[in-house]
Design a protein around this ligand. Structure first.
Ligand SMILES: [Zn+2]
Length: 62
């Protein structure tokens, strides 16, 4: 799989996949983006993205 070149929502978890941290793949004549299967080397998985999103939400609350 190739790295994604643009910020796109992950089709599995719905969170944004930052450019270069996940993958894109062929799907029904188009492309879809998802998080990486395994962490490391700058890759971000669904679990990592969700942990970061939760952390960010908690910081916004007093
Ligand atoms: Zn994801």
């Amino acid at each position: 799989m190739a790295r994604n070149k643009f910020d796109r929502p992950c089709y599995i978890c719905g969170l944004t996949v930052k450019a270069g941290t996940g993958h894109f793949e062929r799907h029904r004549g188009g492309w879809r983006t998802k998080h990486a299967n395994v962490p490391g080397d700058g890759r971000v998985t669904c679990a990592t993205a969700q942990a970061s999103a939760t952390e960010a939400q908690q910081k916004e609350k007093p």
